[in-house]
Design a protein around this ligand. Structure first.
Ligand code: FEO
Length: 172
Protein backbone atom coordinates (compact mmCIF):
# COMPACT_ATOMS: atom_id res chain seq x y z
CA UNK A 1 0.00 0.00 0.00
CA UNK A 2 1.31 3.43 -0.92
CA UNK A 3 1.57 6.18 1.66
CA UNK A 4 -0.14 9.45 0.73
CA UNK A 5 3.26 11.07 0.44
CA UNK A 6 4.56 8.49 -2.06
CA UNK A 7 1.29 8.49 -3.98
CA UNK A 8 1.53 12.26 -4.41
CA UNK A 9 5.19 12.05 -5.50
CA UNK A 10 4.40 9.30 -8.03
CA UNK A 11 1.47 11.30 -9.37
CA UNK A 12 3.75 14.30 -9.81
CA UNK A 13 6.09 12.06 -11.84
CA UNK A 14 3.16 10.83 -13.97
CA UNK A 15 2.54 14.47 -14.92
CA UNK A 16 6.23 15.02 -15.72
CA UNK A 17 6.30 11.98 -18.02
CA UNK A 18 3.09 13.12 -19.73
CA UNK A 19 4.55 16.58 -20.25
CA UNK A 20 7.77 15.03 -21.57
CA UNK A 21 5.72 13.15 -24.16
CA UNK A 22 4.08 16.42 -25.26
CA UNK A 23 7.40 18.28 -25.34
CA UNK A 24 8.90 15.69 -27.71
CA UNK A 25 5.74 15.60 -29.80
CA UNK A 26 6.08 19.37 -30.32
CA UNK A 27 9.75 18.83 -31.28
CA UNK A 28 8.69 16.12 -33.75
CA UNK A 29 6.24 18.53 -35.40
CA UNK A 30 8.84 21.31 -35.61
CA UNK A 31 11.35 18.95 -37.23
CA UNK A 32 8.75 17.52 -39.60
CA UNK A 33 7.68 20.88 -41.00
CA UNK A 34 11.36 21.81 -41.41
CA UNK A 35 11.83 18.71 -43.57
CA UNK A 36 14.02 16.88 -41.06
CA UNK A 37 12.22 13.59 -41.38
CA UNK A 38 14.79 11.49 -39.54
CA UNK A 39 14.82 13.87 -36.57
CA UNK A 40 11.02 13.97 -36.61
CA UNK A 41 10.84 10.16 -36.54
CA UNK A 42 13.29 10.10 -33.64
CA UNK A 43 11.19 12.62 -31.69
CA UNK A 44 7.94 10.75 -32.37
CA UNK A 45 9.62 7.64 -30.95
CA UNK A 46 10.82 9.60 -27.90
CA UNK A 47 7.32 10.92 -27.37
CA UNK A 48 5.91 7.37 -27.44
CA UNK A 49 8.57 6.22 -24.98
CA UNK A 50 7.59 8.95 -22.53
CA UNK A 51 3.99 7.89 -22.79
CA UNK A 52 5.12 4.34 -21.91
CA UNK A 53 7.03 5.72 -18.90
CA UNK A 54 3.83 7.46 -17.81
CA UNK A 55 1.67 4.35 -18.28
CA UNK A 56 4.09 2.19 -16.31
CA UNK A 57 3.77 4.61 -13.37
CA UNK A 58 -0.01 4.77 -13.69
CA UNK A 59 -0.31 0.98 -13.51
CA UNK A 60 2.02 0.82 -10.53
CA UNK A 61 0.10 3.46 -8.55
CA UNK A 62 -3.25 1.79 -9.22
CA UNK A 63 -1.95 -1.71 -8.44
CA UNK A 64 -0.50 -0.54 -5.12
CA UNK A 65 -3.80 0.78 -3.82
CA UNK A 66 -3.38 4.37 -4.96
CA UNK A 67 -5.26 6.32 -7.61
CA UNK A 68 -3.26 7.62 -10.58
CA UNK A 69 -4.16 11.20 -11.43
CA UNK A 70 -4.48 12.42 -15.02
CA UNK A 71 -3.76 16.14 -14.81
CA UNK A 72 -3.85 19.19 -16.96
CA UNK A 73 -0.48 19.64 -18.68
CA UNK A 74 1.69 22.69 -19.33
CA UNK A 75 1.82 23.62 -23.02
CA UNK A 76 5.20 22.73 -24.54
CA UNK A 77 7.52 25.09 -26.39
CA UNK A 78 6.69 24.69 -30.09
CA UNK A 79 9.38 26.64 -31.95
CA UNK A 80 13.17 26.53 -31.87
CA UNK A 81 15.85 28.73 -33.38
CA UNK A 82 17.82 25.70 -34.59
CA UNK A 83 17.83 21.95 -34.34
CA UNK A 84 20.88 22.29 -32.09
CA UNK A 85 18.84 24.38 -29.65
CA UNK A 86 16.09 21.77 -29.80
CA UNK A 87 18.49 18.97 -28.80
CA UNK A 88 20.00 21.12 -26.05
CA UNK A 89 16.49 21.52 -24.67
CA UNK A 90 15.97 17.76 -24.89
CA UNK A 91 19.18 17.17 -22.95
CA UNK A 92 18.29 19.76 -20.29
CA UNK A 93 14.85 18.23 -19.97
CA UNK A 94 16.27 14.75 -19.43
CA UNK A 95 18.58 16.09 -16.69
CA UNK A 96 15.50 17.64 -15.07
CA UNK A 97 13.67 14.27 -15.26
CA UNK A 98 16.69 12.46 -13.78
CA UNK A 99 16.71 14.87 -10.83
CA UNK A 100 13.03 14.28 -10.33
CA UNK A 101 13.51 10.47 -10.35
CA UNK A 102 16.37 10.83 -7.86
CA UNK A 103 14.11 12.83 -5.57
CA UNK A 104 11.46 10.10 -5.82
CA UNK A 105 14.04 7.45 -4.90
CA UNK A 106 15.02 9.58 -1.92
CA UNK A 107 11.40 9.86 -0.75
CA UNK A 108 10.86 6.09 -1.15
CA UNK A 109 13.82 5.44 1.15
CA UNK A 110 12.63 8.01 3.68
CA UNK A 111 9.24 6.27 3.77
CA UNK A 112 10.87 2.81 3.88
CA UNK A 113 8.79 1.88 0.81
CA UNK A 114 11.10 -0.76 -0.67
CA UNK A 115 8.57 -1.94 -3.28
CA UNK A 116 8.47 1.55 -4.78
CA UNK A 117 12.23 1.85 -4.39
CA UNK A 118 12.65 -1.39 -6.35
CA UNK A 119 10.16 -0.27 -9.01
CA UNK A 120 12.02 3.01 -9.48
CA UNK A 121 15.32 1.30 -10.32
CA UNK A 122 14.07 0.78 -13.89
CA UNK A 123 13.68 4.57 -14.19
CA UNK A 124 17.13 5.19 -12.74
CA UNK A 125 18.66 2.97 -15.48
CA UNK A 126 16.46 4.49 -18.15
CA UNK A 127 17.60 8.02 -17.24
CA UNK A 128 21.26 7.00 -17.53
CA UNK A 129 20.51 5.78 -21.08
CA UNK A 130 18.47 8.82 -22.05
CA UNK A 131 21.07 11.28 -20.84
CA UNK A 132 23.84 9.32 -22.59
CA UNK A 133 21.90 9.29 -25.84
CA UNK A 134 21.18 13.04 -25.68
CA UNK A 135 24.87 13.70 -24.98
CA UNK A 136 25.95 11.53 -27.95
CA UNK A 137 23.59 13.43 -30.22
CA UNK A 138 24.82 16.83 -28.99
CA UNK A 139 28.44 15.76 -29.60
CA UNK A 140 27.52 14.89 -33.18
CA UNK A 141 25.71 18.18 -33.69
CA UNK A 142 28.75 20.09 -32.45
CA UNK A 143 30.90 18.18 -34.95
CA UNK A 144 28.57 19.08 -37.80
CA UNK A 145 28.46 22.81 -37.03
CA UNK A 146 26.91 24.66 -39.99
CA UNK A 147 27.74 21.99 -42.57
CA UNK A 148 24.56 21.32 -44.60
CA UNK A 149 25.87 17.99 -45.90
CA UNK A 150 26.55 16.97 -42.31
CA UNK A 151 23.01 17.88 -41.33
CA UNK A 152 21.68 15.77 -44.21
CA UNK A 153 23.65 12.74 -43.00
CA UNK A 154 22.71 13.41 -39.37
CA UNK A 155 19.03 13.46 -40.29
CA UNK A 156 19.47 10.22 -42.20
CA UNK A 157 21.41 8.46 -39.42
CA UNK A 158 19.74 9.66 -36.21
CA UNK A 159 17.42 6.67 -35.96
CA UNK A 160 20.53 4.51 -35.87
CA UNK A 161 21.91 6.45 -32.87
CA UNK A 162 18.82 5.69 -30.82
CA UNK A 163 18.78 2.04 -31.88
CA UNK A 164 22.46 1.48 -31.02
CA UNK A 165 22.08 3.27 -27.67
CA UNK A 166 18.96 1.25 -26.90
CA UNK A 167 20.76 -2.00 -27.68
CA UNK A 168 23.21 -1.32 -24.84
CA UNK A 169 20.34 -1.12 -22.35
CA UNK A 170 19.87 -3.85 -19.80
CA UNK A 171 17.05 -6.19 -20.76
CA UNK A 172 14.13 -5.82 -18.33
FE1 FEO B 1 10.73 9.50 -19.11
FE2 FEO B 1 12.92 10.78 -20.90
O1 FEO B 1 12.24 10.49 -19.22
Amino acid sequence: MLSKNIEKALNDQIKIEAESSQIYLAMACWAEVKGLEGVAGFMYDQSNEERDHMLKLIKFVNERGGHAQISELAAPNVTFTSFKEMFEKLFDHEVFVSNSINELVHISLQEKDYATHNFLQWYVSEQIEEEAMARTILDKINLIGDDKGGLYLFDRDIQQISISTASTENPQ
